[in-house]
Design a protein around this ligand. Structure first.
Ligand SMILES: Cc1cc2nc3c(=O)[nH]c(=O)nc-3n(C[C@H](O)[C@H](O)[C@H](O)COP(=O)(O)OP(=O)(O)OC[C@H]3O[C@@H](n4cnc5c(N)ncnc54)[C@H](O)[C@@H]3O)c2cc1C
Length: 376
């Protein structure tokens, strides 16, 4: 018997769906509430590194992910400028093990759909457009009032509600969310036949730009700039900005540029990060994923860390017969060193990028690859 019989998961993103699937598989009765009225993640593409794929396989969705995304094992660095020559092509570490690709690029809503379908298939009770209104806990459980007027009682509440977590706020835990000074423009575009893996451009007017194939037909492309308030930028202005960046890059960009025509397909997001030094729980309410730690996407490890959190939490709960402070503390202790290293390294790459300093990115990437190759 796992340490818990009933769990409420708050948030239906990567962390929340993964935790719900694994806990339900272990025999726990799981409810999941998601604030948004539907579950498909907004946004463009996502890069899933091998260590993320290892957990996705554990969730029983690897075949769907493989079919729905684009697997690749290489990464190219290209020069900004007219020639856009390939500076170096690298074999990416297979951090999930030799039987998984190094990387899968995927359309975010496709990943969200696969995970939520699995959640439902595992018997988790999902309510969208709903969240908690109040959490009251005692030594034996948590009583939850929901925004739809219903109530529930749970052995554990898992707050997987992202970087601005309301669960974290309800616990009175302050997060020091740092803007990383970079903002990212992302857009889904048709994939030129010449692009078969991620390519990155350092230099030129965008600090980092690049693209990652997400299936046979499409890829997501991105530019970064000094983070700005783009709330009042109209869709047409956004399109003009992205096309303006694209003018400065060549090689496959010459083909991509012509396809940048749909203003509604463009997303703008700031790079932000934080790390709770711990503990990640109070009583019987615990935080996972971006609610507990978030990194800028320079190593593409945020979703991987969220998935690993879900795996480690379930591993701990199924191997203990009751919840205690010590049991939940052991979750933070197991996850903190790894997530701290990821946040620190991801921030370092932002700093080098902003300073236009090449730093030693390959050495840092190799160090992180070695770390995450070890199962969580
Ligand atoms: C520009 C950018 C690019 C990125 N690229 C990558 C990448 O390529 N690879 C990678 O691994 N990571 C990437 N990341 C990081 C990654 O997106 C996150 O680390 C990951 O999504 C965290 O998952 P999560 O489930 O913890 O949080 P989220 O994905 O934020 O999910 C939280 C969920 O909770 C819901 N929610 C919020 N509040 C409530 C509430 N009160 N009640 C109920 N539900 C609520 C939200 O609607 C959402 O569905 C990127 C991040 C950014 C900003």
């Amino acid at each position: 018997m796992p340490a818990v019989s009933t769990v409420l998961v708050v948030g239906g993103g990567t962390a929340g769906t993964a935790a719900a699937i694994l806990l339900a598989e272990a025999g726990v009765a799981v409810d999941l509430v998601e604030l948004k009225p539907d579950i498909t993640a907004l946004g463009s593409g996502i890069t899933l590194q091998g260590n993320a794929l290892r957990v996705l396989r554990r969730l029983g969705v690897w075949e769907d992910v493989k079919r729905g995304g684009h697997s690749h094992n290489q990464l190219a660095l290209r020069a900004a400028g007219a020639a856009a020559g390939v500076i170096v092509k690298l074999d990416v570490d297979r951090t999930g093990g030799p039987d998984l690709p190094a990387t899968v690029g995927m359309y975010r809503p496709a990943l969200a759909r696969i995970l939520m379908d699995r959640v439902v298939a595992m018997g988790v009770k999902v309510r969208t457009g709903t969240t908690f209104a109040d959490l009251t806990q005692d030594s034996t459980g948590v009583t939850v009032e929901f925004t739809d007027g219903s109530t529930g009682r749970y052995d554990l509440v898992v707050g997987a509600d992202g970087i601005r977590s309301a669960t974290r706020q309800a616990l009175g835990i302050d997060a020091d969310i740092q803007g990383e000074s970079l903002g990212a423009w992302r857009v889904i575009v048709p994939r030129p036949a010449s692009v078969s893996h991620t390519e990155l451009y350092y230099g030129g007017p965008s600090y980092i730009s690049g693209y990652c194939p997400i299936n046979d037909r499409a890829m997501y492309a991105y530019f970064t700039e000094i983070a700005q308030d783009r709330m009042r930028t109209t869709p047409e202005e956004k399109l003009a900005i992205v096309r303006g960046f694209a003018e400065h890059y060549h090689g496959p960009w010459d083909e991509i540029r012509e396809t940048l025509t749909d203003p509604s397909a463009i997303h703008y997001t700031w790079f932000e990060s934080h790390l709770l030094d711990g503990p990640w729980h109070q009583g019987r309410v615990l935080l996972i994923g971006d609610a507990a730690h978030a990194c800028p996407p320079t190593l593409a490890q945020g979703a991987a860390m969220a998935l690993e959190d879900a795996h480690v939490l379930t591993d701990i709960l199924v191997n203990r017969d009751r919840v205690s402070d010590e049991v939940l503390e052991s979750f933070t202790m197991r996850r903190l060193p790894r997530t701290r290293a990821i946040v620190k390294a991801s921030r370092q790459i932002v700093r080098w990028t902003l300073a236009r300093d090449p730093g030693d990115v390959p050495a840092l990437q190799a160090q992180i690859a070695a770390l995450v190759t070890e199962p969580a």
